[in-house]
Design a protein around this ligand. Structure first.
Ligand code: GDP
Ligand code: IMO
Ligand code: MG
Length: 429
């Protein structure tokens, strides 16, 4: 089995961490290929709950090699904090490998992320404030700092100087903030150098060799399709490639090595931060989903915006990512409703759209066209077989499957590792 990509189909927090953990037990490598500590993945193992931000969820699986790919941006202080937290809980983190080409988040970009959001006011994106956007901007602008730069102090200093020449002007003259010195930045970055050294590798080569030996590689996305910088609801997106294409650029694995794309799809929809959201529920029902589904951010603790399932988004995710299998998560959260509305299309200023509208202006005007499906009341968290689900829950899954046009291979019925119904093996073709 070659490489498998796992992505989020909506606006994030679909349950990618749990799905990766479930699959991680059967793969040799789990690679994080985009994003940074803006991600928040919750994995529940027995009574233990782990919140991962920067580390691939494979870190929790003994024997699996977790890899931070070149497409990731790393806050080194967060990396070591997270590692120490896991080590204190008895997790063996010694297998972690970090790409020499990954970019680091320098302290000035954390500051810039926050002050820019404040400056934007009502036009803000609602970022996580972790310096993600400015660091990817630096990467594209070719003024970024990479992991490998830490091992050449002269080069590191030159690069930090170059970046600060410009950044300090912005900080001081536009945002009225204190300028940051080259020394403090270099010192902070170098303070992590020796701890980092043994983890650093040419991860593209390492993964290619692993594939050559017939080993399995799982490429795990942070964020999700509609937060992708190209295919998402721009500008209300993150600054990386969170779709399946990003798995190649962010890891160095070629497209021809990938034969499976698994998309995680929540049984309803949530979003954190600003931006359009056609099926958003601003009433008691939204609050009900938030409470029942515990929809509060893993990273920032912000209440997640909640709404009904949107099949236009599901179809779009299937198309953009070349999805081979969907995993529906949190079906259990929908138990206890008389009827469950599902958005099948949009009405945009009187015109029906079955596909994602071409422009963001149209997407902002999209009104959901709902189909009402009958609900179910039973607790489904104990179900392990599709046939054990109440008839209306099965009907819901089958209707979603029809609407998104690709098979639903697994169904989450609770946060725990084993609370899942598998209909088709996600790793065996
Ligand atoms: P990620 O960012 O995609 O990894 O998702 P998060 O971890 O941010 O959010 C998903 C939340 O749903 C976490 O708290 C998970 O423990 C939980 N979860 C995942 N799958 C299921 C499921 O099938 N049912 C329920 N009730 N919770 C789930
Ligand atoms: P996981 O991996 C949900 C959102 C932020 C904001 C926008 C840009 O847990 O699914 P950024 O800090 O990335 O520049 O913020 O993207 N966002 C997420 N929303 N889940 C995530 O990650 C997210 N990562 C970023 O809320 O709207
Ligand atoms: Mg999350």
């Amino acid at each position: 089995m070659p490489a498998v990509v796992l992505i989020g189909a909506q606006w994030g927090d679909e349950g990618k961490g749990k799905a990766t953990d479930v699959l991680g037990r059967r793969v040799d490598h789990v690679v994080k290929f985009n994003g940074g500590n803006n991600a928040g993945h919750t994995v529940v193992i027995g009574d233990e709950k782990y919140a991962l931000h920067l580390l691939p969820s494979g870190i929790l699986t003994p024997g699996c090699t977790p890899v931070i790919g070149n497409g990731v941006v790393i806050d080194l202080a967060v990396l070591f904090e997270e590692l120490e937290g896991l080590q204190a809980r008895g997790v063996d983190t010694s297998r972690l490998v970090v790409s020499a080409n990954a970019h680091v988040i320098p302290p000035y970009n954390r500051v810039l992320d926050k002050v820019t959001e404040r400056f934007l006011g009502s036009r803000r994106i609602g970022t996580t404030g972790r310096g993600i956007g400015p660091t990817y901007a630096d990467k594209m602008n070719r003024v970024g700092i990479r992991v490998q730069d830490l091992f050449d102090e002269g080069i590191l200093r030159q690069k930090v100087e170059g970046a600060l020449d410009f950044k300090n002007q912005v900080l001081a003259k536009i945002y009225n903030r204190r300028a940051i010195t080259v020394d403090e930045v270099v010192e902070e970055l170098l303070s992590h150098r020796e701890a980092l050294r043994p983890m650093v590798a040419d991860t593209g080569l390492l993964l290619q060799e692993a594939l050559g030996r017939g080993e399995t590689v799982l490429l795990e996305a942070g964020q999700a399709t509609l937060l992708d910088v190209d295919h998402g609801t721009y500008p209300f997106v993150t600054s990386s490639s969170a779709t399946a294409g990003g798995a190649c650029t962010g890891s160095g694995i070629p497209p021809t090595s990938i034969d499976r794309v698994v998309a995680i799809l929540k049984a309803y929809t949530t979003r954190v931060g600003e931006g359009p959201f056609p099926t958003e529920l601003l009433d008691d029902m939204g609050e009900h989903l938030r409470k029942t589904g515990h929809e509060y951010g893993t990273t920032t603790g912000r209440p997640r915006r909640c709404g009904w399932f949107d099949a236009v988004i599901g179809r779009y995710a299937a198309r953009v990512n070349g999805v081979t299998d969907f995993v529906i998560t949190k079906l259990d959260t929908l138990s206890g409703l008389d009827t469950v509305p599902v958005c099948v299309a949009y009405d945009v200023d009187g015109v029906r759209h079955d596909d994602m509208p071409m422009t963001q202006s149209d997407f902002h005007h999209a009104k959901p066209v709902y189909e009402e499906l009958p609900g179910w009341w039973e607790d489904i968290s104990h179900c392990r077989d599709f046939d054990e689900l109440p008839a209306n829950a099965r009907r819901y899954v089958e209707r979603v499957e029809e609407l998104v046009g690709q098979r639903v291979s697994a169904i989450g019925v609770g946060p725990g590792r084993d609370e899942i119904i598998v209909r088709h093996d996600l790793l065996d073709a």
